[in-house]
Design a protein around this ligand. Structure first.
Ligand code: GLV
Length: 420
């Protein structure tokens, strides 16, 4: 197992994602920990994402040759060494010094994709200059289309291989924890002092990120911010600047400005998955934004099979939500996802120990997936599918679409045609 030499002893002892969460809670100022950890309203969907996924039972199969396990997979024409990528997370760069740079390096070392958020702390140019290979870029449609066009051109010039267009956040969800912590709803001096007090209560973060990790701004959106940082009231900034008037017709506009593979992030409904396909997307990411948007909606584990049934033979279907172990990744793959994007798992690991923490987390995931595959009698990721599910149990739990059909098969993930 490769491990960064600089890994802090506390992080080296982490054996599960929950250990990274504990470390992150102890290391981060409250407003940052709650921002990552929290969901919207009563956090029903946040909890459902984990509990529904953990309730998926796989079939235990024996006496199959599992001496060689291959965890690699092909997604949208790219080779992933593991069937996971680091999904986009706003403000992730504040979890450790120049955090997105550290996470992108860990992803590159592990041979998995990293996706930079529009609302990252480090800019696209800063992250690109820090890694050898281009990474994915995630787009939020802000009202200023000139800015969005410029961002898309920057991403293309940087060689970003895939654009992930997030569509489930026309407005930010109602997140009580962020109001309580002062990340939102507390602008001006009072808000700054509140966040400063929380930062001073975490001296190692205050030194590593607060002092040595500047600037603290939204790197990509600097042209829209003027003299502000975007951190004064982050969620108010998103509410004022994200464009809630976007419709499927705007995908044409995105397409005019982005020639590469396009994945629509935030699909939960099979009808929306079909519309994404008609709009010309190459893939969909089944997601409820980690339970941070419409509370009470179904979990991604519950939504995924119906989306795979609807479009899985034509689009690359990815999934996120509730993943807290390599076993959870295997569960989503068995439900039909072609690849899985991690969110909180890498944000906690980054907060716990920077690049070394993310590398260690990916090592743990790799080992857990190897065991899960061996115990299900599966030698290759491509062999996971409906047959890996303990059907009688699963059929009673998953959607009617799954119960009535042949069940999901893994999305074949067609390779997108090169831009003409
Ligand atoms: C942004 O992606 C958020 O969920 O706050």
């Amino acid at each position: 197992m490769t491990r960064s030499p600089s890994l802090r002893p506390s992080a080296a002892r982490a054996v599960a994602i929950s250990d990274f969460r504990d470390l992150a809670r102890r290391r981060l100022p409250r407003f940052l920990f709650d921002y990552i950890d929290g969901g919207s309203f009563d956090e029903l969907t946040l909890r459902r994402n984990t509990s529904d996924l953990q309730a998926i039972a796989l079939r235990q199969r024996v006496l199959k040759d599992v001496s060689r396990i291959d965890l690699s997979t092909d997604v949208l024409g790219q080779r992933w060494e593991l069937p996971v990528g680091l999904g986009p997370i706003g403000l992730a760069g504040l979890n450790a010094r120049r955090g997105e740079v550290q996470a992108a390096r860990a992803a590159e070392m592990a041979g998995v994709p990293f996706c930079l958020s529009t609302v990252s702390a480090c800019s696209l140019a800063e992250v690109r200059a820090s890694v050898a290979k281009p990474f994915w870029f995630q787009l939020y449609m802000v009202r200023d289309r000139g800015f969005v066009r410029d961002m898309l051109h920057q991403a293309a010039d940087a060689g970003c291989p895939v654009l992930l267009f997030t569509v489930d956040m026309p407005v930010p969800g109602t997140r009580h924890r962020d109001r309580r912590s002062g990340l939102s709803g507390a602008s001006g001096l009072a808000g700054s002092l509140r966040r400063l007090a929380q930062a001073l209560a975490r001296p190692s973060w205050a030194c590593d990120v607060g002092l040595r990790g500047r600037p603290h701004t939204l790197g990509n959106v600097a042209p829209l911010l003027g003299r502000r940082t975007g951190m004064e009231d982050f969620l108010a900034w998103t509410r004022d600047n994200f464009d809630p008037s976007v419709t499927w017709r705007d995908i044409d506009w995105v397409r005019e400005n982005w020639r590469g593979p396009l994945v629509i992030k935030g699909i939960l409904d099979p009808e929306d998955a079909r519309l994404a396909q008609q709009a010309g997307a190459d893939g969909v990411l089944v997601s409820n934004h980690g339970g941070r948007q419409l509370d009470g909606v179904r979990s991604t584990a519950e939504a995924l099979p119906a989306v795979v049934d609807a479009v899985g033979d034509r689009l690359c279907v990815l999934a996120d939500g509730g993943v807290r172990s390599g076993l959870d990744v295997v569960r989503l793959l068995a439900l039909g996802a072609r690849g899985v994007l991690l969110g909180r798992a890498w944000a906690f690991a980054l907060a716990a120990a920077g690049q070394g923490g993310v590398s260690h987390m990916l090592d743990l995931m790799r080992a857990e997936m190897q065991v899960a595959l061996a115990l299900t009698g599966t030698a290759r990721i491509a062999d996971l599918g409906a047959d890996s599910l303990d059907r009688p149990l699963e059929r009673s739990r998953i959607t009617p679409d799954l119960r009535s059909s042949r069940g999901p098969t893994s999305s074949p993930c067609p390779i997108p045609a090169p831009p003409s």
